[in-house]
Design a protein around this ligand. Structure first.
Ligand code: NAP
Length: 328
């Protein structure tokens, strides 16, 4: 990729945010490369159906992702399949270390690394991952045709996944720690009217149990009284939110207590030329359309930043590197 070349923009992460940034960056004639460690598309690839991306009534996550990739590549966006291992901010340019020992230099960087599923941290979860424990209905639901599964969680993801699994499994128990779902009203209505889904309210899963054939039950405990019991199941699907993928966020970048990066309205962090978008950024709503919008904003801001930089304006790092918060 050329040791001495300085890119205008390096985008890290190929989900809806990163790819939207790529589209806007190419349209702004920035010399750009997008680095993605696995297949482009991000978490949305795992969604069975997307029904809230404006202009598209219903589409699979995989197809929507493919459209983002094709759109970005139609402008000639270069996508490199590599892991970024470190981002080192600099005064003149930022440096990114790659898994293959190469480095990239760039005047601006957009981090779009999203988040990963949160774990329940109960006994059996780690041991039986892939043997009945799953974090993705679309990936693993096929193995549970005409079987019984338990979905743990009460948010949009848990609701969507329970509905997806109800098309395959003979019975879906949805275990939620409160008496009201966090999921949006439309999903709540669908859950109520799906006869294969049975809600188990006010209940926590305390362990996942297995025999030679894999998962065979979950241990449950009421959150309102002392009741404890075992529920036989062939699989446990866990959807209890996610954690931001913030391990590449350089030291000194402001984060909130949950490890999400704090930016200004341009998606710029407290390090000039370093932008954070999508699910890694602290914000109110985590939706595909919001990530796409972040990508647009950050790319337009980066274009302005790079233009000023090339015109000779100096941009200084803050004198005082603020205290690091979050899980770094
Ligand atoms: P979420 O909204 O944070 O919901 C997590 C759920 O898991 C909550 O019901 C929570 O219970 C429960 N939970 C958390 N920790 C738990 C624990 N230790 N034990 C048991 N239950 C636990 O996460 P999400 O559903 O993954 O959604 C993440 C974001 O993506 C949200 O902003 C969501 O709106 C968005 N999203 C949108 C769509 C869509 O619009 N199509 C689809 C998927 C996700 P409490 O309710 O009691 O806190």
């Amino acid at each position: 990729m050329g040791e001495n070349k300085v890119y205008d923009l390096v985008i890290v992460g190929g989900g809806p945010g990163g790819l939207s940034a790529g589209i806007y960056a190419m349209r702004a004639a920035l010399v750009t490369v997008l680095v993605e460690q696995s297949i482009p598309g991000g978490q949305v690839v795992l969604s069975d159906e997307v029904e809230n991306y404006p202009g598209i009534i219903n589409i699979s996550g995989a197809e929507l992702s493919q459209k983002f990739v094709e759109h970005a590549q139609s402008y000639g966006l270069k996508i490199v399949n590599q892991e970024v291992t470190e981002v080192l901010p600099g005064l003149e340019y930022h440096t990114l270390k790659l898994g293959n020992e190469e480095t990239l230099k760039s005047y601006s960087v957009i981090l779009a690394t999203g988040g990963s599923p949160r774990t329940l941290d109960v006994s059996g979860e780690r041991e039986y991952y892939g043997k009945g424990v799953s974090y993705c209905g679309v990936c693993d639901g096929f193995f549970f045709r005409n079987k019984t599964v338990v979905v743990i969680g009460g948010g949009d993801t848990a609701a969507e996944e329970a509905l997806y699994l109800s098309k395959l499994a003979k019975k879906v128990y949805m275990v939620h720690r409160r008496e009201e779902l966090r999921a949006g009203m439309i999903l709540q209505e669908r859950i109520k009217s799906e006869c294969k889904i049975e809600m188990i309210w006010n209940t926590q899963c305390t362990s996942i149990n297995a025999g030679d054939e894999g998962v065979n039950s979950v241990s449950l405990q009421s959150t309102v009284d002392d009741k404890k019991w075992n529920l036989p199941t062939d699989g446990a699907f866990i959807f209890i939110g996610f954690n931001p993928n913030n391990k590449l966020v350089p030291r000194g970048v402001k984060m909130n207590a949950e490890g999400y990066v704090i930016t200004d309205e341009k998606c710029e962090t407290n390090i000039p030329g370093l932008y954070v978008i999508g699910d890694l950024r602290a914000k109110y709503a985590r939706q595909i359309v919001v990530s796409a919008s972040d990508g647009c904003i950050a790319a337009l801001a980066a274009a302005h930043y790079v233009e000023n930089k090339k015109a000779g304006e100096t941009c200084e790092l803050p004198e005082q590197i603020p205290a690091v918060t979050g899980n770094k």
